[in-house]
Every structure is written in C-alpha cells, then in structure tokens.
Design a protein around this ligand. Sequence first.
Ligand code: NVA
Length: 315
Amino acid sequence: MAKMAEKRDLISIADFTAAEIRRIIQRAREMKSDPSSNPLAGKSVALLFEKPSLRTRTSFDVGIHQLGGHAIYLGPEEVGLGNRELASDVGRVLSGYVDCIVARVYSHHQLQELAAYASVPVINALSDREHPCQIMADLVTIQEHKGSVEGLKLSFIGDGNNVARSLCLGLPALGASFTIATPRKYERYDLDEESLDLARQRVDQEKFDSVAVVALEDPEEAVHQADIVYTDTWTSMGQEAEAEIRKKHFQGYTVNPELMAKANPGALFMHDMPVHYGEEVEEGMLDHPQSVAYDQAHNRLHAQKAILEFLLAGR
Ligand code: NVA
C-alpha cells in the first residue's frame, strides 16, 4: 500500500523552507488579483481562539468562505484548551470533524501538543512565541511595495516578542537582514539566542553571504540604513499585568517621524496592529506617508488563503 503523505503544520515560520515561503507569497499575490479558485470546497476548518482577534479571525473566516470551505469559530468559553480539555484530546477529537485547525493560544507548548495529536494540519494563528501568518502577510506587503525582499534590511524596534521572532526566522531566510533594538539592560525583552542562531543557520542554508542578524540596544543605530522600520505593542496579550512597568522600560523606543527620517529614504513603516498610540508609536504614525500598516492588515486575507491552499490542497 502506498504510504500516506505526512500532514504539514504551520507552527513556526521556520517550518517552511525559503522556497515554500516564496511560493506562498506568489500564490497570495495571484489570489489577490484573481480570487476565483475554491480549493477548500467541501472542507471545514476549526478556528480555535483563546485570545481576542480582529484581523486574524475575520480574515480566516472570510478567506475560508472565499475558497469554498466552511469555518467554525470556537472561543475560549467553548473549549478551554488545557483547562477543560487536554490539548491532545482537542486535537484528536477535532481531527474527526474538520480538515484543518487554526489556533490562537496563550502557550506555544499547548499548540505544539495540539499539533502533535491532530491528524489534520494545524496553523498557528498567534502564540506567545510566534505569529507566522502575520509575517506571511508582511512579506506579501514588502514585495508589493519594494519589488523584492532580498537585499533589504528590516529593523524591529521594541519587544522581542512573537512577531519579532517570526520576522527574525522568516526574513533572513529570504535574503533580508534583520536588526532588533530592545532595552537590553533588562534582558527579558531580548530575542532568545536560539532564535537568532536559527535565523543565521537559515541564512547559511540559503547561501546568502551578506545577510546579517543583529541584536542591539539603540533604536537610532538600529534604523541606520533600514529599508523597513517595524514595531509592535510593548505589552502582548497575556502580559497585561506588566503594562505599566513595560511602559517605563521602553521609554525611548517610540517610533515617530524623527526616527523614520534616520532610516533609508522611502523606508516602509510597518506595524501588525493593534496599535497603542502614544506608546510604541506616536499618534498619527499609521497615516505617515511611509506607513503600509493597513496594507499589512488587508494582506492577511490573501496570505492565509495561500497558506490554506498549500496545506490542504498541496498547491
Ligand atoms: N505581540 C502582539 C501581537 C498582536 C497581533 C500580541 O501577542 O498581543
């Protein structure tokens, strides 16, 4: 008997090779200009969300509908991942009903367990470690505005969080340099060395010789020669109790027009949203002439459709 192909998950952006990421970006752009294909006809997808969501939930629901499939939303009060039910049981049970599980969770470990026990593909819709769907949409946005990702430098200003980690693991593999500026004296906001090392390994695998992965402290130094300046909230979902101390620790890390002026001319300003105006960005930054933040949000739809097609229809 022929061996069944193993199911694929998207838990980390590093689960996909550079070639696969390029193919998904390309398909996302094709689907954006021609949204007529329906590779999910007859298929159902569970949207299992432990945390709030505007962009991710809406774009997955609409995208699944556009691809001919059916989405079922399961909120925290319905499932209680890891509390009411073990993640392993949730994965095994849902696999008997649906063709894919899209999950937004507090703990990355729970997501890994869910994926290990599910026999259908599991997509990370944000965990405390990574946000790969956001980064796929960001890559589509960068290609649209800059033509290519290779040879660019992205500088992330702020917390070494889930979004920063996925950018770090995703962009260098495609030939873009990545620099992160965090208040290093507190250590807890730094990106972990394993992620920085894995990003460097992916650069070596792809045989890029002038791609750098750098962690430093000073935002102005970080944005020097940057083609993209990226920031995210200082307090991610689940860290609300630390909001006040974080505001103090991140003083000097607000992205504003003055900092943008120190990057390369025509550099893009990016933010995954939601935005905390007056904290990681000055009021009005999303309407800055170099901001592409709303394009990033809109491209979530196309990027996720391409991810679903890749994982469920093998295209
Ligand atoms: N780092 C943020 C991203 C929100 C889309 C969070 O985890 O809350």
